[in-house]
Design a binder for this molecule. Sequence first.
Ligand SMILES: Cc1ncc(COP(=O)(O)O)c(C=O)c1O
Length: 389
Amino acid sequence: MQYDFNEIIARKGTASFKHDLTDKFFQQGDILPMWVADMDFRTPDFILEALQERIQHPVLGYSFHPESQYQSIISWLQRRFQWNVGKEWIGFSPGVVPALNLAVLEFTRPGDKVLIQTPVYFPFYSAVKDHGREMVLNPLTLSDGRYQMDLENFISQIDERTTMLILCSPHNPTGNVWRKDELESLMQICLEKNILVISDEIHADIVYPPHQHIPTASLSPEISANTLTFMSASKTFNIAGLSTSFFIASSEELFKRMEGAIGRLHLSQGNIFGNVAMEAAYTYGALWLDELIAYLAGNVRFAKEFINNCMPGVSLIEPEATFLLWLDFRASGFSDKEVRKLLVEEARVGLSNGILFGPDGEGFQRINIGCPRSVLEKGLAGMSKIFTI
Ligand SMILES: Cc1ncc(COP(=O)(O)O)c(C=O)c1O
């Protein structure tokens, strides 16, 4: 490996949400933070160097998205997903979550129903509820260790007020990479029922072979015309603090409306550093990402073996993507409340409570394994003292 993912980097004292706010969120300052979805790895040098080069220039005035930034995105999507997108399909936003909220505001009306498939990344709930829209839950079903979409239930929930689906692909927190047939069936329903698809693909890059991410909009021109895709280099390259993301819409109408929603708030310029970092990531990041995925796959294997051998009451949902693992504690012999208390007070780890991701997350916890293996080992060792038979 050319890159070192074993390096321990002290993040405390850097105003890190994950490391510096454990007091506030867990009432404990000295627990191992394995919750917020950023990684403890060094942001790759080719990004830091590009930022350093930019800061050599002494003026940080207004900037725009240069042609080279567009081309870096187009080339990345082509190389990683064989997805050809036009420059005129690309717009920018200061994060995927702000874009989700703006899409709900722009494309639905108060009282409209928005479908989400649970358990799911919790800001999906607020993006719907905070704007007076009605949330409709289509719970994923866990069968043979893999979450599946329940399309019959999905269809049965649709009425004339249902106007939008927010899809998480790959799916946080279950780690699903949606397969072609799953996506096609879902999209077919959305086309037939006139449901606009918001496809949050922020986790598209970190996928474990042999799984392959398929951008929803790449399935067909018809599906593309009914889809807004949200992506970012933030998770992949550990630059979430730069608040920079982009969207893709091949439909001119969808593009104009989304661009308008972002532009009216003067949010599409982004910030200089986010733009520079994104371009460097997509220009130079392929090898680093391949090595990251290989390292994370090693972390997944390590966690799986450890949990299977030392924590018989706990099971791991095999991830197909993401550095987030979904752990099932329902057979641990402890209630959800007890598990939460034990993890913090005895195991001394800070995970994300499953219940945050929806009612069907009860009994589950999400652990972030985007860290050096020695840190993962420490976290799991703490947990194994409690969750044994
Ligand atoms: C599915 C999903 N969407 C969006 C985000 C956050 O996006 P942003 O930081 O660009 O708002 C996350 C972060 O964990 C996520 O998991």
